[in-house]
Design a protein around this ligand. Structure first.
Ligand SMILES: O=C(O)CCC(=O)C(=O)O
Ligand SMILES: [Fe+2]
Length: 336
């Protein structure tokens, strides 16, 4: 059976938070609720100009329209050759194959690079990517900061360690441009545009650039089932990453999501990943009201990334936070 059959009939509209309409307290409460119950929410009046997002879309389409040979052999903006990916290099079976191509663009690289003299188009595209990254970075820091502070406030801690968000600097965050080509096989078998995964960062901001459906998430509230997300190019989508889930001791949820390829239409999206430096220590909060035990052991982001890479190499897929979960006995020792 096509793995998409039942899901595409079950469409959800994610909570929408208007960042200007609500007062500060209402706004914070809605984000906390959405991040705990859904792991995903949308924001409007977010401060990233729509005109800029539209221009980025044009530039993105042009970059992906270049001949395949050039995309593979001529790294964009002097990035490393690995910054361009198509398919899934580590896939050993169809289930692990993502029918998509992407550019991975670290923030620092985009700001430090000098485009070749006379290449005006490249310069314009570069400036665009840089501007979108910066605007999304500020927004992501603000949203993550609010979620972190709200969790601390609930426990009556006003001045806890907020270094995880502060350590998400220009030199550690990145933007990803995604293109999902139309895929004939999708009609029959439900191919993946992007395999099921959670994001390994603190927080992700995604702009679904056209109204082509495809994003689905594994609902954590009530029955666990895949639901399709109604695309809304007028809003930005925000989702909690693994680090925020671990830090909050599972209060905020890093929800598994995937993109289904479409047989009829190609699809574009841009995702910004709020990541700290590799040496940043993620130390789950013990006083979180929902649990007085730490559910995960402390780890650095570098350790986490290495483990993910190793699991993908050995098994073809990411095992993620379950690798860092403490045994029940270890958790019980916290209570003694
Ligand atoms: O394209 C999308 O809708 C989601 C992209 C995504 O999940 C990712 O790049 O990690
Ligand atoms: Fe993702």
């Amino acid at each position: 059976m096509n793995k998409d059959d039942d899901v595409s009939r079950c469409v959800v509209v994610l909570p929408v938070i208007d960042l200007q309409q609500l007062n500060e307290e209402q706004c914070r409460a809605s984000k906390v609720r959405a991040a705990s119950e859904w792991g995903f929410f949308q924001v409007t009046n977010h401060g990233v100009p729509q005109a800029l997002l539209d221009k980025l879309h044009e530039a993105q389409v042009a970059l992906f329209r270049r001949p395949f040979e050039r995309k593979v052999r001529q790294p964009l903006l002097h990035l490393s050759p690995e910054s361009y990916r198509w398919g899934t290099p580590t896939a050993t079976c169809l289930e692990h194959l993502s029918w998509s191509e992407a550019y991975h663009i670290p923030m620092t690289t985009s700001s430090l690079i000098t485009p070749p003299a006379g290449d005006d188009k490249l310069t314009t595209r570069l400036v665009m990517i840089e501007e979108v990254s910066t605007a999304m970075w500020k927004l992501a820091q603000q949203l993550a900061g609010i979620l972190v502070a709200a969790d601390q406030l609930r426990d009556g801690i006003e001045d806890d360690d907020d270094s995880m968000v502060a350590r998400c600097t220009r030199s550690t965050c990145f933007l990803r441009l995604n293109r999902y080509p139309a895929c004939d096989a999708a009609a029959a078998s439900g191919a993946y545009g992007l395999c099921p995964h959670t994001d390994s960062d603190v927080l992700t901001i995604v702009h679904l650039q056209d109204a082509v459906a495809g994003l689905q998430l594994l609902q954590v509230r009530g029955s666990r089932r895949w639901v399709a997300v109604e695309p809304n190019p007028g809003a930005l989508m925000v989702n909690v990453g693994d680090l925020l889930q671990a830090w909050s001791n599972d209060r905020y949820r890093s929800v598994e999501h995937r993109v289904m390829a479409s047989a009829a239409r190609e699809r574009f999206s841009v995702a910004f990943f709020l990541c700290p430096g590799d040496d940043t220590l993620i130390r789950p909060r013990s006083s979180s009201s929902s649990s007085r035990t730490r559910r995960y052991r402390s780890f650095t982001f570098g350790e986490y990334r290495n483990q993910v890479r190793e699991d993908v190499r050995l098994t073809g897929r990411k095992l993620g936070l379950q690798r860092f979960r403490r045994l029940q006995q270890e958790q019980e020792q916290d209570l003694q």
